[in-house]
Design a protein around this ligand. Structure first.
Ligand SMILES: *Cc1c(COP(=O)(O)O)cnc(C)c1O
Length: 398
């Protein structure tokens, strides 16, 4: 039996899917972004449940991710958003996976592969409008439309751009990106290339700019039950499908003044109860993204937070709730074990505690228990020693 597992409620994902659809008009299609293993929830599981509800369009970052979806029965459109390389193209075309093209040079090579396979390569063109990452800039468009006239086996299904500041109160940068996108598209179409579909919205813009929905919205974060940032009116009723649970695997009553953990960074302030849970850095616990200040006030907050951490106070860290009581991590999080100071909260060996482990950081080898249509099944990666050898599914009662 596992003392650390993750519960993923696919019924909640389904609920979120219908919430997103409720803000869409029939002209716009939802492209469900399930990259990075559906932000940790499980790409195959999430894509399957969405497909069952009628979703026919998916996006990931890399060809590998798209191939996994195909091999697991996802039949709709699958668009690879990120850059790809020559060694991936044949496999992608073989499985009717759509590629994003962001470099003119790729087109001839993709065209040759498609010609040899006797099928069309369906691509979306990425335009650069202010993310500064990938995409065609204005000066490349002439060459691009020239190459597109020569490449018979390339079918342009759409063009898109990605917004950099979707989750901000000040919308001027986003409006500027949109304007640029429209200008590039217009210029491009004037050169004789038809663009059947255009798309620009991620979750943030989907919420804030219904007028930018166009042919597709590329939504990931909202399907997982999160808002892209805290600035949004809670327009949707989202459910969080994610819960990491650990059992208390050791309990000890200690007197005031007991040191806990590496470097003895924690010293109990009273007589207390210490509980050990089998989770640590190796599972993605205690790892937080580096804070980047969003202004002077924010900078001050971060300095205070880091200074406090130096003296053993964890400010602003997501609280661990045990039976409704906030409890703190005692000392440093270890590799696979962490100590919690439960104070005077009534507790028992073997009881469950919900831990704040981020979904994108949680080790994929932690057993997942999925809930779907009110039934539960378990997905576990089978290992022999250090090597993954298979994935096991089994029904489970919770
Ligand atoms: C990740 C991603 C999205 C989805 O963004 P969310 O904010 O998670 O909805 C859309 N488009 C591109 C290009 C992405 O990389």
């Amino acid at each position: 039996m596992s003392n650390l597992w993750i519960e993923v409620d696919l019924d909640a994902v389904k609920h979120n899917y219908y919430q997103v659809l409720s803000l869409l008009t029939p002209e716009t299609k939802l492209m469900a972004v399930v990259k990075a293993d559906a932000y940790g929830l499980g790409a195959v599981e999430v894509a399957r449940v969405l497909q069952e509800e009628g979703c026919t369009s998916f996006a990931v970052t890399a060809v590998d991710e798209a191939l996994i979806l195909r091999s697991q029965g996802i039949t709709g459109e699958v668009l690879v958003l990120g850059p790809t390389s020559e060694e991936d193209w044949k496999a992608a075309l073989g499985e009717n996976i759509q590629l994003t093209v962001a470099q003119v040079e790729w087109l001839h090579a993709i065209d040759d592969i498609a010609a040899a396979m006797g099928k069309k390569a369906v691509v979306h063109l990425k335009l650069e409008t202010g993310m500064g990452r990938t995409g065609f800039t204005e000066d490349k468009l002439a060459a691009l439309s020239c190459v597109l006239r020569e490449t018979e086996y390339i079918e342009v299904a759409g063009a898109y751009t990605h917004l950099a500041r979707g989750a901000q109160r000040d919308t001027s940068y986003t409006r500027g990106q949109h304007e640029k996108f429209m200008r590039l598209l217009k210029k491009f179409e004037e050169s004789g290339v038809t663009i059947p579909a255009k798309h620009i919205c991620n979750s943030a813009a989907f919420l804030d700019f219904p007028e930018y929905h166009y042919d597709y919205v590329r939504v990931g974060t909202l399907l997982g039950g999160h808002y892209p940032s805290s600035i949004f009116d809670r327009k949707l009723d989202l459910k969080d499908p994610w819960k990491v649970k650990a059992r208390i695997t050791h309990l000890q009553k200690v007197p005031k003044g007991t040191y806990v953990g590496y470097q003895s960074l924690y010293k109990s302030k009273t007589d207390t109860m210490l509980a050990v849970v089998p989770a640590g850095y190796a599972h993605g616990f205690g790892i937080e993204p580096k804070l980047v200040p969003q202004g002077i006030l924010d900078l001050v907050k971060i300095i205070i937070k880091n200074t406090a951490a130096l003296f053993g106070f964890q400010l602003g860290r997501e609280k661990i709730l045990y039976k409704g009581n906030p409890v703190s991590i005692a000392g440093k999080v270890g590799m696979q074990l962490t100590v919690l100071d439960l104070g005077t909260v009534d507790c028992k060996y073997g009881e469950e505690i919900v831990l704040p482990i981020r979904r994108t950081l949680a080790n994929p080898r932690i057993t997942r228990i999925y809930k779907k249509n009110n039934e539960f099944y378990k997905k576990r990666i089978i290992r022999e020693g250090f090597f993954e050898i298979n994935t096991e599914y089994s029904n489970t009662e919770v």
